[in-house]
Design a protein. Structure first.
Length: 193
């Protein structure tokens, strides 16, 4: 009888101990799970904050680059050879016109190369029906001026997925329009970097 009582007490002590260990183990698992969830949420918040900072930085970089290209071009419109080109077109002989155009093409190409983005600058002289560009394909073809609205960046997409952004503005002096074209390849390369 004593053995039975001792066995029952041992059995209940063993059960109590086993139950206590199981409850402790479950409590430890719950605590670790809760800490893990808190850490995962903290990490997710930090990642989101970092990604948002990267997007803001990239947006700022893009905006600065667009402004730099635009300012370089508007500064170029104040250049004496750019403004004097209309005079040469009006009063110069064919040789003077050709020479002035080649010099202007070279100046535009140098200006395009002075920025970190490869861009194309096109000068339209509607009164003289002439076009000069940093890209020779525009300089030696019949006059055709862009019909884009003034002072806005416009996206032009081709069916094959290529394209460019363009900005058309009026020159400060004289009847001249300036178009800047920036290839989407430049922007895609910047984004991938």
């Amino acid at each position: 009888m004593l053995k039975e009582k001792y066995a029952t007490e041992n059995g209940s002590i063993f059960r109590k101990l086993a139950l206590g260990l199981v409850l402790m183990f479950m409590l430890i698992v719950l605590i670790f799970w809760w800490i893990y969830r808190l850490n995962v949420e903290d990490i997710q918040r930090e990642l989101e904050k970092n990604k948002l900072s990267e997007v803001r930085f990239m947006s700022s970089q893009l905006s600065n680059q667009f402004e730099q290209v635009l300012m370089n071009t508007l500064t170029l419109s104040e250049d004496q050879s750019v403004r004097g080109y209309t005079y040469v077109l009006h009063y110069g002989n064919d040789f003077a016109k050709y020479k002035a155009k080649l010099e202007l093409i070279e100046k535009l190409a140098l200006n395009s190369a002075s920025t970190s983005w490869n861009n194309t600058i096109i000068l339209y002289y509607p009164d003289q029906k002439d076009t000069v560009s940093s890209d020779p394909q525009f300089s030696f073809r019949s006059f055709s001026m862009s019909k884009d609205p003034l002072d806005q960046w416009i996206l032009h997409m081709n069916k094959d997925g290529t394209g460019y952004y363009s900005h058309l503005t009026k020159g400060h002096r004289g009847p001249m329009y300036i178009e800047i074209r920036i290839s989407l390849d430049v922007l895609q390369k910047m984004m991938s970097d």
